[in-house]
Design a protein around this ligand. Structure first.
Ligand code: FCB
Length: 454
């Protein structure tokens, strides 16, 4: 029996699926695309678990018609995909590559014909390598180059696109990419990574202006959020957890939703006049990516890994595992109630300054393979989705205004430093043949969407 009832979703609740360019497109040298930081990172031995890369991935660049047909079968209202900056501006700045935009033009037309609303993200981690060579997000100019690129994309696709997402997960890019170096661009600057957070947020703010001047209807951002749970009741643990919570959640959400950095960080950020007004400009909706909570305590050295990310020595935090809950194939704890908690916390912290929320990502990896009959019975994914949708509904019943849910992900795909080992898709991909096979969860989600429409 499903937990997540399909009745009484608000009218026009938006059902969708999410993907990202580097994780599915492949075709990294076609039609004038320039290299991105992820091409460079994957080429370095030892950086990606199985030595994989996005060079071919799901070959979506050539198979997008088949993938749109799958979405049509699924019955989603909307598709969240990302546009590869290095396809559109191969050098990061300067000349716009019309052939790169042509691909998105074809994709958007295909979506519109299928009655699916395109919701592009302009930056999902694939910074043009040429810009990284000049400092990437550590330097302020990158924010301006990003806004120029946003304007170019809006100029070409804006006639068919009403909803935009500027950037995806500035926290991951800052912490995993620039502080810890486990993601591209592989820099290990620790606290010196902070300017990368500010410049991404500034890039977001400038892109919001560029998109609105080009006539955009609705603009949002996708931010990852994770409730932070103290390891114990003592003051040392609760203080450590509060400090980590600031770094993990409020460093990004506060400037976006209140126009100010948390006090502990304000002095550390390279803020110039006008930046915070741009960053804090009212959004049409706020995107939340949710995968699970984080347990944090004082002290260090007790845990060498959290959610698959190595914890460097010398940090004033420990990350005891969350026990007694199931885990996904990635080892991430399955805690649906954390989604309710996170949404209620956002609502409480920001009140009316919180615009309507979109769940821009939520999903799980399990390595279920086809059985003898070729079916993929991914019961654990169905249970996960059912429980998380019920948790989202719970937050909605308690007053959080959620306008849509985008499941991560349509297809199994290239999961960054974890390579192809982690499968998040509703659709199984055989990377040898590129055959797509809808899993049982695909049919479950299709029924849930259909049921919600009565
Ligand atoms: C998020 C990323 C997305 C995907 C999921 C599993 O952090 O935005 O690209 O990798 O995790």
């Amino acid at each position: 029996m499903d937990k997540a009832s399909t009745d009484s979703y608000p009218d026009r609740f938006m059902w969708g699926v999410s993907t990202a360019a580097y994780q599915i497109e492949g075709a990294v040298t076609e039609d004038g695309r320039g290299p991105s930081v992820w091409d460079t990172f994957c080429a370095e031995p030892g950086k990606v678990a199985d030595g994989g890369s996005g060079a071919v991935a799901c070959d979506h660049y050539h198979r997008y018609r088949e993938d749109v047909a799958l979405m049509r079968e699924l019955g989603v209202d909307a598709y969240r995909f990302s546009i590869a900056w290095p396809r559109v501006v191969p050098g990061g700045t300067g000349e716009v590559n019309a052939a790169g935009l042509d691909f998105y033009d074809r994709l958007v037309d295909e979506l519109c014909e299928a009655g699916i609303t395109p919701v592009p993200t302009l930056f999902h981690w694939d910074t043009p390598q040429a810009l990284e060579d000049r400092g990437g997000w550590l330097v302020r100019d990158t924010a301006y180059h990003f806004a120029d690129y946003a304007a170019s994309v809006a100029g070409r696709l804006g006639d068919r696109i009403d909803q935009w997402i500027t950037i995806n997960e500035p926290r991951e890019v800052t912490l995993l990419g620039y502080a810890l170096g486990v993601h591209a661009p592989g820099r290990t600057g620790m606290f010196e990574a902070l300017p990368a957070a500010h410049h991404q947020l500034l890039g977001h703010g400038l892109a919001v202006q560029a998109l609105r001047s080009a006539g955009a209807g609705q603009v949002g951002i996708a931010v990852s959020h994770s409730p932070t749970w103290s390891a114990g009741p003592g003051a040392e643990d609760t203080e450590a957890a509060a400090a980590f919570d600031t770094l993990n959640n409020w460093l990004f959400a506060d400037p976006l939703l209140t126009g100010a950095y948390p006090a502990d960080f304000a002095e550390l950020m390279p803020v110039q006049d006008g930046d915070l007004a741009a960053i804090g400009a009212r959004l049409d909706w706020y995107g939340v990516n949710y995968y699970g909570p984080t347990r944090v305590g004082a002290g260090s050295g007790e845990s060498d890994e959290v959610d698959g990310v190595p914890v460097p020595e010398g940090l004033p935090f420990s990350f005891p595992p969350i026990e007694d809950v199931p885990q996904t194939g990635f080892g991430w704890p399955v805690v649906p109630g954390g989604l309710t908690e996170m949404l209620l916390t956002l609502r409480e912290r920001y009140g009316d300054r919180l615009p309507p929320v979109m769940i821009t990502e939520n999903g799980c990896s399990y390595a279920d393979a086809p059985d003898a009959a070729g079916r993929i019975l991914d019961r654990r994914r169905i249970d996960y989705l059912d429980a998380h949708l019920a948790a989202m509904r719970d937050a909605m019943d308690k007053g959080v205004d959620v306008h849509g849910y985008f499941l991560w992900s349509l297809l199994d795909n290239f999961e960054w430093a974890a390579g192809f080992e982690q499968r998040f898709g509703l659709v199984h991909v055989d990377y040898e043949s590129q055959a797509r096979t809808p899993k049982e969860s695909f049919h479950w989600y299709a029924r849930h969407i259909a049921g919600s429409r009565g």
